[in-house]
Design a protein around this ligand. Structure first.
Ligand SMILES: Cc1cc2nc3c(=O)[nH]c(=O)nc-3n(C[C@H](O)[C@H](O)[C@H](O)COP(=O)(O)O)c2cc1C
Ligand SMILES: [Mn+2]
Length: 489
């Protein structure tokens, strides 16, 4: 019974991942959906969204009746952080994720269909007016209105049939133009440059409402030539159905909510100021700069489209949950490099998904902690934009920041149990990157590795921990819990 219930939830989750409207119904049934009527696109929706992040599972917010806009256009936030989709956030959940049958999810190529709800409304040419679509100014320091946050940018390699989708932020420039911020080296950047090298504009489709699974795959780094649409199909066990834009021939989901189709001329021919935009580390670090623009030729939308709104907020909000797949990826990398005795991997709250990874190990030999720290600092999923890596013993509950701090406070000798490594991989959105380094295009930072473990060579002499043993605590709790309320709270 319990098993079949679990399977049932898994199945319902998969269906919700494959279809935004199904997700919305599930969120409502689960009591997670909150309808907000009448909040303004200028700052108010952004502030409400930010405050919703005071909860570990922020409510799923559906903004309706946005003043100044067609009431059919809604904005939906906090889809992929919902309790329904996420489940528990614990080390056990990470273990379960790593142990899942290595997804039989072979990619399933998208399936071209002739039509779908996204084709119900088509606006073209002179009728295109981008100011008709509610695009919030999310934070007070933002330099514009952002229609694309958790969005899909579709481009096609001109030399092959590779179609890429990536999540890159999208700002409204004026009634006919968007700008897209794509960092150098991302697939969307590699592909657009191939058109630009030939002096051509890059065809592009911008999807701002889609099945949750597509948001997942558009933000992971698939290999060159790999189709994120096919990966998404594999994950949900059915092909993503696509239709083609009339002007570019690019595919986009047949059940997409709202899509902009157009062309991006070479940067040296045309650009506009993009940003600043409040970024996930909690700052405006990449400032504003000239970025290429998209001339929108057509807009496609459903009758009552839902625009996804998921801007960054400071990572110290509880709603910036630790992502189970991300932890599983770090743990896999440690074990893949042969580090033995790993008992857990976590990310210290406040550091977001990158800055402060923590690993616990059951120490097995001299130098073991150092091996774990150096690999965590250097492995592919841990190398970008970290700041401090903490290694602790296996008796520390790394999901509790106070426990990690206690290990540092009591087992770490800064002079002898620290490595500082310079010249590591960081990004423009790293707020601590100095103006001098930015000027020289030296986008690197340093890392501190903290070995907050009992030193191996005298660990047996290390003072004993003063705490009631787990077993005895349970015995006492069982004996007294009916009489003592504080044991039950
Ligand atoms: C919500 C969200 C917003 C993002 N915004 C940007 C962005 O504005 N520019 C960018 O280059 N990458 C951004 N990323 C990261 C890319 O989506 C990610 O690197 C992805 O792998 C890019 O796809 P690609 O590998 O096909 O280029 C964002 C990711 C998420 C989850
Ligand atoms: Mn890609």
């Amino acid at each position: 019974m319990a098993e079949s219930k679990k399977d049932d939830v898994r199945e319902r989750r998969q269906e919700a991942m494959a279809d935004l409207r199904v997700f919305l119904r599930e969120a409502e049934a689960e009591g997670e959906l909150v309808r907000v009527k009448g909040a303004k696109a200028d700052l108010e929706i952004g502030a409400l969204f930010e405050l919703s992040n005071e909860h570990t599972y922020p409510p799923v917010l559906l903004f309706e009746d946005i003043p100044g806009f067609d009431p059919r256009f809604r904005i939906l936030s906090n889809v992929r952080t919902s309790r329904f989709l996420v489940g528990d956030i614990s080390l056990d959940a990470v273990r379960a994720y790593r142990a899942r049958p290595k997804q039989k999810s072979e990619p399933i190529p998208p399936q071209d269909v002739n039509s779908g709800p996204v084709m119900d409304n088509i606006v073209e040419g002179a009728a295109v007016n981008l100011s008709n679509y509610p695009a919030p100014r999310w934070h007070e320091g933002d330099g514009g209105n952002y229609i694309g946050t958790e969005c899909l940018i579709v481009t096609k390699d001109p030399d092959s049939d590779w179609v890429n989708i990536g999540t890159y932020r999208v700002m409204i420039q004026d009634d006919k133009r968007l700008s897209v911020f794509i960092e150098p080296g991302k697939h969307g950047d590699v592909i657009r440059k191939k058109y630009w090298d030939k002096g051509e504009a890059c065809p592009i489709a911008v999807v701002v409402g889609q099945a949750p699974v597509l948001g997942v795959v558009a933000s992971l780094s698939a290999k060159d030539g790999e189709s994120e649409l096919a990966i998404a199909g594999g994950r949900v066990g059915q092909a993503v159905k696509t239709v083609r834009g009339k002007h570019t021939g690019l595919p986009f989901p047949a059940d997409a909510e709202l899509v902009f189709e157009g062309f991006m001329p070479p940067l040296d021919k045309e650009s506009a100021t993009e940003g600043p935009f409040g970024e996930w580390p909690g700052y405006y670090a990449s400032a504003d700069r000239p970025e290429p623009v998209v001339h929108v030729k057509a807009v496609y939308h459903r009758n009552d489209p839902i625009i996804l709104g998921q801007p960054p907020v400071k990572p110290n909000y509880p709603g910036r949950q630790i992502k189970i797949p991300r932890l599983a990826g770090l743990w896999d990398a440690l074990e893949g490099a042969g580090v033995p005795g790993v008992t857990g991997v976590w990310l210290l709250q406040g550091g977001g998904s990158r800055f402060i990874p923590v690993v616990s190990i059951k120490q097995m030999h001299a130098g073991h902690a150092k091996m774990a720290g150096l690999v965590l600092a250097g492995c592919r999923p841990g190398a970008y934009m970290a700041r401090m890596i903490v290694v602790v013993d296996d008796d520390i509950d790394i999901t509790k920041p106070a426990e990690v701090m206690w290990a540092m406070a009591t087992r770490w000798d800064p002079k002898t149990q620290t490595d500082i490594i310079d010249g590591c991989w960081t990004g423009h959105i790293d707020p601590a990157l100095s103006p001098e380094k930015r000027e020289k295009d030296d986008i690197t930072n340093s890392r501190m590795i903290v070995y907050a473990v009992r030193p191996w060579h005298w660990k047996d002499d290390f003072p004993k921990v003063n705490a009631v043993s787990k077993g005895y605590a349970e015995e006492v709790r069982a004996k007294w819990r009916d009489k003592l309320k504080f044991l039950r709270d």
